[in-house]
Write a protein that binds this ligand. Sequence first.
Ligand code: FES
Length: 135
Amino acid sequence: MGGVNPYIDQPEVVTPTQTYKITFLPMNVTIEVDPEKFPYAHDGLPGSILDIALGNGIELDHACGGVCACSTCHVVIKEGVETLNEALEAEDDQLENAPDLKPTSRLACQSVPDGSADVVVEVPSWNRNLIQEPH
Ligand code: FES
């Protein structure tokens, strides 16, 4: 799928003006994010955690194609949550369907860090089935 959902408001995002780092746990992969390269991939808001993950070989589940119409891209922000755009009601509505919600749970496709600090993201265990193990 990909693109944006025309039936919901779009979040107001502040795009980074400088590089910053995002670390994905538990695989402990750190990516230097370069806003000049947005969008990294096809799905999710440009510069979103999903966009960055997919464009750097981290396969987060994203059943609706990154348009805020499922909860499969649920991640937990461990550091840097204050740098993300605010979640809109549509995101909160979808998140309510995600298992194991935490206070800093977000939909990766709707969450765009502003780059003012580094970010650490934990991928829930039930969303790791697509991650490739090295052979
Ligand atoms: S991929 Fe469906 S809401 Fe993010």
